[in-house]
Design a binder for this molecule. Structure first.
Ligand code: ADP
Ligand code: MG
Length: 155
């Protein structure tokens, strides 16, 4: 099994469905780093993740609040949705004092805070234009490899 996977999406709904598969597979302590330009589809993807975790609340971009703890859905796991765009130092990250152990975390612009995160993170980069997107997904340890394996089932 490779530790890198590419999935193509042709619509926002496709991207949400991919996120949904991931959300269903989440276990406490899972960390996902999402990167890609503004408008790539990071928040759209996270909406699918929340749906997969049985969270009914609307997922919006946490750009101005930086981190939002979502209400616990049917998965029983808390999703913390982070937008690291405005974080300029690892000190700021530490000050947020987020719990990476008991919940699951999706971090938009996560590249900025990678040194502060567990090494075993699932890394997802979204690129594309018009309505086509390519998601390049990489696992960095056994925990994230399990998530990658769940996504291999997506078609
Ligand atoms: P980001 O959080 O990366 O800045 P958003 O998810 O907020 O991006 O916005 C993505 C935009 O691109 C939305 O307006 C969405 O409708 C549009 N879009 C078009 N095609 C896709 C696709 N295949 N996947 C995700 N979003 C898409
Ligand atoms: Mg966003």
């Amino acid at each position: 099994m490779s530790n890198v996977l590419e999935i193509h999406s042709n619509s926002p709904e496709d991207t949400q469905r991919i996120g949904e598969v991931l959300g269903r597979a989440f276990a406490p302590g899972d960390v996902v780093v999402l990167d890609g330009d503004l408008g790539a589809g990071k928040t759209t993807f996270t909406q699918g993740v929340a749906r997969g975790m049985g969270i009914d609340d609307l997922v919006t971009s946490p750009t101005f609040v930086v981190a939002r703890e979502m209400p616990v859905g049917t998965s029983g796991i808390r999703l913390t949705h982070v937008d690291a765009y405005r974080i300029s130092s690892l000190h700021e990250w530490d000050d947020l004092d987020l719990d990476v152990e008991t919940g699951a975390m999706v971090i938009e612009w996560g590249e900025r805070v990678v040194p502060a995160l567990p090494e075993d993170q699932l890394e997802i980069r979204i690129v594309g234009d018009d309505h086509a997107r390519t998601l390049t997904i990489a696992a960095h340890g056994p925990r994230s490899a399990r998530l990658l394996a769940a996504l291999e089932g997506y078609r």
